[in-house]
Ligand binder design. Structure first.
Ligand SMILES: *Cc1c(COP(=O)(O)O)cnc(C)c1O
Ligand code: SF4
Length: 411
């Protein structure tokens, strides 16, 4: 295969003209399909249509249909689940504060009978949600305090959180932005976008834009193309990260057209949020494949949740599956102090134990950073098992992953 030749020391610094994002190229040409071995694909089972078995594939695979047909109430939940009394009560008392939204696709990953199903715990309200502790906080990460303009949180020296929409295909019961997400009245208005762009343009230290929400993939391709294009036009902006859970909850959203659009704005990183190996389906695989083939670098931000993924073996399995999908485990978040999620919280020791059982025992690529996003706006603080046994003058005693000790001498 011939590779394109880039002339050495070319004085040609002008940008090459981008191909227009036009419907005239076929999907196949837009994102060439790289072959994947069947023994790898076989580990990612396709999702059944469950109670939607009458729905034709064309509809089922259409993200707009999935979005429209979301489960938003008790009757919808009863279609896929044997709803328990606890879930019924929790729904009745909580849904006005934090909506229910579950795509048919994600709903079919839930176990009809088992109320402790890890997918169900993440998407169906439980009694624990009504339990607000004194230590719970409405804005646990003080994102509002560090907001120079309404659509931006600027906390770290060189990067900002940039809010787009407040909608998501599935409303995760453990969401840290519950106070805003699912509330359409707080969605980013047009003048808010302009203010955010102005802020970034006026701050040359900002080189990394974390595009968040809600879920930015709730926006149309055209809208995202417009926002990315406007951001790309700011010379000091280097990288974008799209923070999205669509790969997990609505993988059909990642169409060839979407991947093609994104590929015009590189370097684009995609940070997603897989929490359980059951979420690693054929559909999710396909979404990740399209983005990776289109040149995106994908990372995963898992939230450590009691009863969902507080188990080292399970996290290892998840991380291995993620690597097969070309998704690099990036963070494990300690569950924060948002209101009504205390039933999900684990002790710090649980997270440290998970890291300790990964580090050294499996590829370093499968070992993410375990962080606690400090309440009150302290930012992400890494938590790590201690491998330094003693440090006496210049002599260090270090412990390896298998528990053997070794001496190291400092200069
Ligand atoms: C998480 C976060 C970032 C990105 O942090 P990284 O450690 O670079 O991934 C940026 N800004 C805010 C406010 C954040 O919460
Ligand atoms: S996708 Fe993210 S922002 Fe949306 S509900 Fe889930 S955790 Fe919250």
């Amino acid at each position: 295969m011939a590779l394109p030749i880039v002339p050495n020391g070319s004085s040609e610094l002008t940008e090459p003209a981008l191909e227009p994002i036009s419907a005239s190229t076929t999907s196949q040409e837009k994102v060439p399909r790289r072959p994947i071995r069947p023994h790898i694909l076989n580990r990612f089972p396709p999702t059944s249509k469950g109670p939607w078995s009458d729905v034709p594939d064309a509809k089922w695979n259409d993200w707009r249909w999935q979005q429209r047909e979301r489960i938003t109430n008790l009757a919808g939940m009863e279609k896929v689940l044997n709803v328990t009394q606890d879930e019924r009560d929790a729904y009745t008392k909580s849904h006005e504060m934090f909506h229910v939204g579950i795509t048919p696709y994600y709903a079919n990953l839930m176990d009809r009978e088992d109320p402790d199903c890890p997918i169900r715990l993440q998407s169906v309200p439980k009694g624990g949600e009504l339990n607000i502790l004194k230590t719970d906080l409405e804005d646990p990460l003080a994102e509002e305090r560090d907001m120079p303009v309404p659509g931006i949180t600027h906390r770290y020296p060189d990067r900002v959180l940039f809010y787009t929409t407040h909608n998501c295909p599935v409303y995760c019961r453990h969401c840290t932005r519950k106070r805003k997400v699912s509330d359409p009245t707080t969605a980013a208005a047009k003048d808010q976008l302009e203010q955010s762009l102005e802020y970034i343009a006026a701050h040359p230290e900002v080189r990394d834009i974390v595009i968040s929400g809600g879920d930015p993939l709730t926006l149309s391709d055209d809208r995202l193309d417009y926002i990315l294009g406007r951001l790309r036009a700011i010379p000091h902006v280097e990288i974008f990260r799209l923070g999205t859970r669509n790969l997990v909850t609505l993988p059909q959203r990642v169409t060839d057209d979407f991947a093609y659009m994104v590929s015009h704005h590189h370097p684009v990183f995609v940070n997603t949020h897989f929490n359980h190996p059951k979420e690693c389906t054929a559909e999710a695989y396909e979404a990740c494949r399209k983005l990776a083939d289109a040149g995106c670098v994908i990372g995963n931000q898992m939230v450590l949740l009691k009863g969902v993924n507080d188990d080292p073996k399970l996290v290892k399995d998840l991380n291995h599956k993620l690597l097969l999908m070309r998704v690099r485990p990036y963070y494990i978040y300690q569950c924060d102090l948002s209101q009504g999620i205390s039933h999900f919280r684990t002790p710090i020791a649980t997270g440290l134990d998970i890291i300790e059982k990964l580090r050294g025992w499996t590829s370093g690529l499968a070992v993410p950073h375990y962080v606690c996003d400090a309440p009150g706006g302290g930012g992400k603080i890494p938590l790590s098992p201690n491998y330094v046994v003693s440090h006496d003058g210049k002599e260090l005693v270090l412990r390896n992953y298998a528990g053997k000790t070794f001496k190291y001498y400092e200069p």
